[in-house]
Design a protein around this ligand. Structure first.
Ligand SMILES: Cc1cc2nc3c(=O)[nH]c(=O)nc-3n(C[C@H](O)[C@H](O)[C@H](O)COP(=O)(O)O)c2cc1C
Length: 320
C-alpha cells in the first residue's frame, strides 16, 4: 500500500511538506494544495514557490482547480517544464464560492461540460493526469454517470473521497459508493476520507483490495508521525515545531507564522491527550510569542497519546 498526504489549502504548503518529509516521513507522495490557473497565464509568486523543485524534495504532485482546458494545459506545461510527471485535477472541492463557478465538485453536476473539458486536456496534456473526486455534487446517485465518463480516459490514478460536494465534511464516508467504484472501473484507485489510525488504513486495504493507495488529510495532520517509524517524543514534536517556525518566520513574518502555526497546532494537538485549557490558550494567542508559549506548554506538559491508540479503529470510519 502507498500512502499520500492529502492536499490541504492553508496547511500543507511546500514548507509543511518539506519539514514533514524531513522529520517524520512515511509518506510516498505529497500533493500541493490546489493551484488555480487563470486566463492571464502567468504564475504568481506563491505558485512559483510551490512548484519550484528545490522546495519539493519529496515526491510531489501539483494539483489544479480549473474548468478551462486552455488554462489547465498552460499550467500543466509549466509543471512539466519543472520536471513533474503528473498533474492532479481537483474535482472535489466543496466550497460554495468554487462550486458556484462550476469548479471542483461543482463540475460534477455539469457532465457535458466535464466531458468536453476532459476530452481536451487528456488529448493534449504533456504529462499524466490523475483525478481527485467526490462521488457527486448533490447526490451519490450521480456516481455511475461520472464514473462512466472517467472510464473513457487514461486516468493515471483516481482518488475517491466518498462524499458528495453538498455534504462538505459532514457524516461518514459512503463506503458503499467506494465499493461501487472498485467494481466498476479499472483505473488505479486511491481511497481518501476519515482514515485516522493505522487500523483504519488496514481495514480499507483489506475490505477494498483494488485500493493501491490511501490518502490521509486530517488524521495525518493531527498525528504527523502516524505513518512514521519514529516514536513520538516531546523532543521530536519540538523539533518539528522549530523547523516549521524557522522556515516560516523569514518568509512570511511573525504575524502570519503565528496564524499558520495555530491552524496546524489546532489539528496537531491530537497527538496529545486532549485538554481544553491548552487549546483555549492556543486559540487566544494574539502574537507569535503567545502562540509559541501555548505550543511549548502543550508539548512539555500534556501526555502524548499511546501508540496503541493508532492500532485501533477510529469511530470516524465505521465498517461498511
Ligand atoms: C482545510 C482544508 C483544506 C483542503 N484543501 C484541499 C485542496 O487544496 N485540494 C483538495 O483536493 N482537497 C482539499 N481538502 C480536502 C482534503 O484533501 C481531504 O480530501 C479531506 O480532508 C478528507 O480527507 P481526511 O478525512 O483524511 O481529512 C481540504 C480539506 C481541508 C479540511
Amino acid at each position: 500500500m502507498k500512502y499520500y498526504l492529502a492536499p490541504m489549502e492553508g496547511l500543507t504548503d511546500s514548507v509543511y511538506r518539506t519539514v514533514h518529509h524531513k522529520i517524520f516521513g512515511g509518506v510516498d507522495r505529497y500533493y500541493t494544495p490546489f493551484l488555480s490557473p487563470t486566463e492571464v497565464h502567468r504564475l504568481t509568486p506563491r505558485e512559483v514557490r510551490e512548484l519550484d523543485p528545490a522546495n519539493n524534495p519529496a515526491p510531489t504532485v501539483p494539483q489544479l482547480l480549473c474548468k478551462n482546458a486552455d488554462d489547465f494545459l498552460w499550467m500543466s506545461a509549466e509543471i512539466a517544464a519543472r520536471g513533474y510527471g503528473e498533474v492532479n485535477l481537483n474535482l472535489g472541492c466543496p466550497s460554495g464560492t468554487v462550486t458556484a463557478k462550476k469548479k471542483g465538485s461543482g463540475l460534477l453536476a455539469e457532465t457535458d461540460m466535464l466531458e468536453q473539458f476532459l476530452d481536451r486536456i487528456f488529448a493534449a496534456c504533456p504529462i499524466d493526469i490523475s483525478i481527485k473526486t467526490r462521488i457527486g455534487y448533490q447526490d451519490a446517485d450521480e456516481l455511475p454517470e461520472i464514473l462512466e465518463i472517467y472510464n473513457k480516459y487514461p486516468v493515471k490514478e483516481l482518488t475517491v473521497h466518498p462524499r458528495t460536494g453538498k455534504e462538505m465534511y459532514r457524516g461518514v464516508p459512503h463506503l458503499d459508493a467506494y465499493a461501487y467504484v472498485c467494481k466498476n472501473t479499472d483505473i488505479p484507485l486511491c481511497y481518501n476520507g476519515n482514515v485516522s489510525t493505522r487500523a483504519d488504513a488496514a481495514y480499507i486495504a483489506e475490505r477494498f483490495p483494488r485500493t493501491e493507495a490511501i490518502m490521509l488529510g486530517r488524521g495525518l495532520l493531527s498525528c504527523p508521525a502516524l505513518l512514521s517509524d519514529k516514536t513520538v517524543t516531546r523532543a521530536l514534536m519540538m523539533e518539528f515545531h522549530r523547523e516549521l517556525t524557522d522556515r516560516y518566520r523569514p518568509s512570511i513574518g511573525d504575524y502570519a507564522t503565528s496564524g499558520r502555526m495555530k491552524e496546524i497546532w489546532l489539528l496537531m494537538s491530537g497527538t496529545f491527550e486532549q485538554d481544553k485549557k491548552y487549546i483555549r490558550r492556543l486559540q487566544q494567542a494574539k502574537t507569535y510569542e503567545e502562540m509559541d508559549g501555548a505550543v511549548t506548554a502543550m508539548i512539555c506538559e500534556l501526555p502524548i497519546k499511546a501508540r496503541e491508540t493508532y492500532e485501533k479503529r477510529s469511530e470516524n470510519l465505521p465498517n461498511l
